[in-house]
Ligand binder design. Sequence first.
Ligand code: FAD
Ligand code: MLT
Ligand code: ZN
Length: 476
Amino acid sequence: MNTSADAAELRAALRTVAEPGTLLEAEADTAPFLLDQRRQYQGRALAVALPRSVAEVSRLLAWCNARHVGVVPQGGNTGYCGGATPDESGRQLVIGLQRLNRIRAIDAADYAMTIEAGCLLAQAQRAAAEAGRFFPLELGSAGSCQIGGNLATNAGGLNVLRFGMARDLALGIEAVLPDGRVIQHLRSLRKDNTGYDLRGLLIGSEGTLGIITAATLKLWPQLRSTATALAAVPNAAAAVSLLARLRTLAAERLNSYELLPRAALDLVIRHIEAVADPLGARHDWYVLCELSSFAIEPLDALLEQILGDAMAAGEVLDAALAPSERARTNLWRLRENVPEAQRRAGPSLKHDISVPVARLPEFIAQAAAWVQEQVPEGTLIAYGHAGDGNLHFNISFLRGTAAALVAAQEPLIRRAIHDLVAAHGGSFSAEHGIGRLKVGELERYASSAEMATMREIKRALDPNGIMNPGKVLAAG
Ligand code: FAD
Ligand code: MLT
Ligand code: ZN
């Protein structure tokens, strides 16, 4: 049984291990680290540590391991699954990575950079650009999430179609294991078949196997041409046909393909300043698509031609190409502000799902019919990275709807949607991870062989179970 006396003793001992200034203990200082971004989980903690070096991370972990103190790594705290929030015991140590934020090296000739986990994603993108290179990870949270968090969650985002997810962008990794040992594999090699892929294992492990302290990331040449359009399509099936057309005719130049229902556009226009619908008439569905090239190419003409042909074939009803960088930014504001508009509109239930692209229309039709019948007071906002088969299948409720009412319906809605996803051969967590929120879902949908293997990996790397207890896998 943990007592507050234990906690006080632990805190006193911790002060002797941490560097001066590393520990935050006052309530006002720790509060931002104890509440998750969606305000679903309010934790307590022994303290929050903000180490300045890998050696200090190592010392803190070894100390926690010896005393069986739970550790919760935290990046920018923008995650959606409560993975970065400590439990309610007040006995876990939050380790924030924000002070480990150096760009260690950029090798433009090698198309690689080595940066520390606490670098903001936007900082990483800027550093690459300053070296004349391009780092393609792009999320709406780029200004606040950290590279370490992106890797720990294997983040996806807006450019996955062409460049892949965070795991695909990392060449090497540096991580501290629960007992304090440091794995340093920061090579920029494109070919390196030397044993088990520890990099791949640590990426996506959501802080349950170790703390990522740095990574070597792939870079590309800077993009020199871009063409972006918002196209109205008659239905989801037309969106899938248009995707196939773009993949055939624009090939690898297609980097983003995002689906937006009218309800999402309406939310953004109502709740976000200075955004406008560039098309005159209202339509049920839209696609925001972008082509890009490392060469100087007439991509506007190519996109116009493809959309024109699609219009003649009935796949597109209307389209607006962005004639300038400013217009392009405005189109992206419509898409990137959907989560914020949803937040301002009232409570919502989120489902981060994926199905094989060709099955999107059937899935959307069946799931939307279920929502309409069973949750008539909710508005379905099913939008997202349709090019990857990934939808944020969210249900918004009017502001003022009692949170308890929404929470009471959540289990039934989640079960119906996730079961339908499974029936379509899909995933109940496409890009946001498991965290604390989806531990039960993983148990339900993963096979017993997969669950047993994951538990064995966890036991082998973290025998005392100190790393992010209760996240991804149930504690114990
Ligand atoms: P945190 O939230 O701090 O942590 C997330 C998890 O990683 C936790 O389990 C934590 O313990 C662990 N962790 C963090 N840092 C480390 C580390 N250094 N070592 C080990 N474990 C660590 N996500 C997408 O995938 N695609 C999107 O398009 C997308 N869009 C978003 C848009 C908005 C507006 C917002 C608010 C969020 C969005 N997200 C998206 C979710 C979120 O930004 C990502 O999951 C992001 O990768 C989390 O990074 P973070 O630094 O905030 O991590
Ligand atoms: C997005 O793509 O906008 C996010 O991953 C989903 C969200 O913020 O709800
Ligand atoms: Zn997303």
